[in-house]
Ligand binder design. Structure first.
Ligand SMILES: C[S@@+](CC[C@H](N)C(=O)[O-])C[C@H]1O[C@@H](n2cnc3c(N)ncnc32)[C@H](O)[C@@H]1O
Length: 470
């Protein structure tokens, strides 16, 4: 029966399952063929209706048949314990023609962004020789040659569509073939894909969003592009109020993410290019992304990392050895009860500690940062005071900036600047009304405490040596 299949070319014949092999390209471009719920549905349909559309296979050298189209049907048949499946046997003039056919059979399936871009990687590779000869032809004023090795049954539809002048461009042809839209959108998609391939965390996050269809290519691209803001035409503010807005181009979404302008200004005023910056509570990695944009090295840590370039570390045990002698430490901690539910998947972080625990942490942190920084290095600690709005009952107001600065001075730092960083989000009208009625003041700013480790050891400031907290 199988000999008959080989002999008959395109006719449909039943083939035993054991003779069929998966196509490696299909696995590498489209990933695992189906999740179990998808397969369960297909199994149910095959069990009641049989396989209505035959698989397409190509005869291999060992008497086996490589699947060109129908991996899911094949897997379902295996699950159902079928002995054979209907197959259309096709021969291809070359390996390239066979692989083009695999992509062509998947042209109209619903694909994720990653699947489309993996297709694009292949198509770009295949298009290269044709593009080179087109370019040469254009230079010589010749009519455009056809791409070599184009199997009639695999890519003819693409070639027919691409016969006008504009379609000589590889990006246009690839955009058409993967069904992503025009060449401009494809170029944006490629920029994101390439950046993600180079390990850019923000781009990798964008790819995950594109795969899950929670982001558009255009908005992800805009985010990537905006990152040049701090490299070209950066105009620092010369005032000690840093009122910047959040910018999704920096850091991956995180409940505590800060406006990147705060980090950019710190780097601008307090570091040189290639300086080593450490963020021990990095959250969504705003510091990492701004450092990358401004050419600073950055080590980022968090108790609960949300991206691969943030390393897991609990700063309560001190700073990791590789951060020693760094030029700048930036820290944006969660504090006493604030947002404790939002971070670390509920893990016991510094915000879940008691007030005494939090104050002890500030002292321990200040001493560890002092030991880690190089002499002359700078520590910037971002703290917001807390009002009744986010405090447990019984606490009226906590002046964290005061506690923080006190701890820093006790550890031997010298004050450098204190910068006001207004919050970008405001208060709800109900909260404002309630505050008015109760005669309370709502906080709108955070304090960025900037201190320097003296080059020569200094005596501890006398006013703070005996200070024990409230
Ligand atoms: C305010 S968020 C930082 C947000 C960050 N600046 C950004 O732009 O995304 C504070 C972070 O500190 C982390 N954290 C809390 N306790 C920690 C600890 N003991 N060691 C390290 N990280 C901790 C939390 O997981 C959280 O991600």
């Amino acid at each position: 029966m199988n000999d008959l299949a080989e002999a008959t070319g395109h006719v449909v014949v039943p083939l035993t399952l054991g003779l069929l092999t998966a196509n490696p390209l299909s696995g590498s471009v489209y990933g695992p063929e189906a999740d179990s719920s998808e397969l369960a549905g297909l199994c149910e349909s095959i069990a009641s209706q049989g396989i209505l559309v035959p698989l397409v296979v190509s005869p291999g050298p060992q008497g086996d048949y490589e699947i060109i189209s129908g991996h899911r049907r094949w897997m379902s048949a295996q699950r159902l314990g079928l002995a054979e499946v209907p197959c259309e046997v096709r021969r291809y003039p070359s390996r390239l023609a066979l692989e083009r056919a695999v992509l062509e059979y998947n042209r109209y399936r619903r694909k994720t962004f990653s699947q489309m871009m993996r297709e694009a990687d292949l198509l770009e590779r295949w298009e290269k020789p044709a593009a080179r000869s087109r370019r040469l032809g254009n230079l010589k004023g010749e009519t455009r040659p056809q791409p070599p090795e184009t199997p009639a049954d695999a890519s003819s539809s693409t070639d027919r569509r691409n016969s006008d002048d504009r379609t000589g461009r590889t990006d246009f042809r690839v955009a058409q073939a993967i069904g992503i839209g025009g060449k401009d959108l494809y170029r944006q998609a490629r920029a994101i894909w390439v950046a993600a391939g180079q390990g850019d965390e923000r781009a990798r996050h964008a790819v995950r969003g594109l795969d899950a269809q929670t982001k558009t290519i255009h908005s992800a691209y805009k985010d990537l592009r905006r990152r040049t803001r701090f490299t070209t035409g950066f105009r620092p503010t010369p005032y000690d109020v840093w009122a910047f807005r959040h910018d999704p181009a920096y850091g991956v979404p995180h409940p505590g993410s800060i406006p990147p302008g705060i980090v950019a200004h710190l780097l601008h005023y307090y570091t040189e290019p290639a300086a080593l910056v450490v963020d021990p509570m990095a959250g969504g990695g705003t510091t990492l992304d701004v450092c990358a944009a401004m050419g600073r090295r950055c080590l980022a840590y968090d108790l609960s990392p949300v991206r691969d370039d943030v390393h897991k570390h609990d700063v309560r045990i001190g700073f990791p050895p590789e951060s020693s002698e760094c030029d700048l430490i930036f820290c944006d901690p969660p504090y006493f009860s604030m947002l404790s539910h939002a971070y670390a998947g509920g893990a016991a972080d510094v915000s879940t500690d008691t007030l005494a625990g939090w104050l002890a942490f500030l002292d321990q942190f200040a001493r560890a940062a002092h030991a880690t920084l190089k002499p002359g290095g700078v520590l910037a600690l971002l703290l917001a005071n807390q009002t009744e709005k986010d405090l447990p009952r019984g606490f009226g107001y906590l002046d964290h900036a005061f506690y923080g600065l006190s701890a820093l001075l006790r550890a031997g730092f010298l004050p450098e600047r204190r910068v006001s960083c207004p919050m970008s989000g405001g208060y709800q009208p109900q909260q404002v009304q309630k505050a008015r009625a109760e005669g309370r003041l709502l906080g709108l700013v955070r304090d960025l405490l900037i201190v320097r480790k003296p080059v020569l050891p200094q005596p501890v400031h006398p006013d703070f040596s005996r200070w024990t907290g409230p």
